[in-house]
Ligand binder design. Structure first.
Ligand code: SF4
Ligand code: MG
Length: 331
């Protein structure tokens, strides 16, 4: 069918005993078919927890998730197997996620046993060769073991394995952050290329805005378990509205986005998600914090700049008017 829409909503919080760890709190996100959504934030902001809930590796405490109109948070048995075929995961550390005693050919072919059991041995080997070619590896690489490959090649193997089931959605949890900077761009380009060729939908988790700058359509910025700003990637870079987003952007060298902007320093540590600050969770580090920020929880509100651009700050209008914003281009 044409014009399929993929809605993917999450709401909920994760509880661990004996204390309540509010890793993800009341997050709602939607990703459209063919789109790339980036989820960005410092480590501990809840983005990996969110990714694991999306993958059904852990259950949300409350809230719902839907995939192509089907509710998936309770999926079991056959429905869960189908979900595992449609949604695949790429891990941060490609080495730890690959069994060192299996050849690359077996690693990539293994998901086919579940998702394409009808294939003969010969057809399966042909399919493995095809998958390796898709990620830029050669058929003879299938005879080798993971330790014989570089970090970037191992991530390619992880991607080939993720592609084996013919997924519609791929979730990458910091897929390039363990790689050398020189290799990061190659893997990012490969993912973008596969998305376009195979019509994939991507959700990419990252702690670095620069990494996702050129590959994502939309960005959701998370802080202490909450989405503090979301919107089209270009708008987030050009006209950020949340002070935390401004601080993350201030950490990127200017050449990366080619604009002059006010520098918002990010001081101090992120507080613990156990017993997070009341009111705005960012108030302990925000240079614009006022009394009201300590009590009142800011809602995600439309910025009025672009459709879907929303920020959770009581005072973003005033902060923008006061000029704590990027200067106009060429100014
Ligand atoms: Fe800063 Fe207050 Fe806005 Fe939170 S609500 S980001 S503390 S100004
Ligand atoms: Mg993480």
């Amino acid at each position: 069918a044409m014009n399929l829409t993929r809605h993917f909503k999450v709401g909920g919080s994760l509880f661990t005993r004996p204390k309540t760890l509010r890793a993800v709190e009341d997050v709602s996100l939607t990703v459209q078919k063919g789109e790339t959504l980036a989820i960005v934030g410092e480590s501990g902001c809840g983005k990996s927890t969110l990714a694991r809930m999306l993958m059904r590796l852990i259950a949300p405490t409350s809230g719902q998730m839907t995939f192509e109109g089907r509710q998936i948070d309770q999926a079991e048995g056959r429905a869960l197997t189908e979900l595992r075929r449609d949604m695949q995961f790429i891990f941060q550390d490609p080495f730890s996620s690959l069994n060192p005693r299996m050849t690359v050919g077996r690693l990539v072919g293994e998901p086919l046993e579940t998702h394409a059991p009808q294939l003969s041995g010969k057809d399966r080997r042909a399919k493995v060769g095809e998958l390796l070619a898709q990620v830029g590896l050669r058929p003879e690489h299938g005879e080798r073991y993971p330790h014989e490959f570089s970090g970037g090649q191992r991530q390619r193997i992880g991607i080939a394995r993720a592609l084996a089931s013919g997924p519609k959605l791929i979730i990458g949890d910091e897929p390039v952050s363990a790689l050398d900077v020189s290799v990061q761009a190659q893997v990012i380009n490969l993912l973008a290329d596969l998305r376009d060729r195979l019509g994939l939908t991507l959700v990419v988790i990252a702690h670095d805005l620069a990494v996702i700058r050129h590959m994502s359509d939309r960005v959701a910025v998370m802080y202490l378990g909450k989405v503090v700003e979301e919107g089209p990637t270009d708008e987030i870079f050009a006209t950020p509205r949340h002070p935390y987003t401004m601080a993350l952007l201030s950490a990127i060298p200017e050449a990366e986005y080619g604009r002059t902007r006010a520098q918002i320093p990010l001081t101090g540590e992120m507080p613990s998600p156990i017993d997070p600050p009341a009111g705005c969770r960012f108030h302990t580090r925000c240079p614009f914090a006022r009394e009201a920020c300590k009590q009142d929880v800011p809602a995600l509100r439309d910025t009025g700049i672009a459709p879907g651009h929303r920020a959770a700050c009581h005072f973003f209008e005033e902060i923008a008017a006061e000029g704590a914003m990027p200067l106009p281009t060429g100014g």
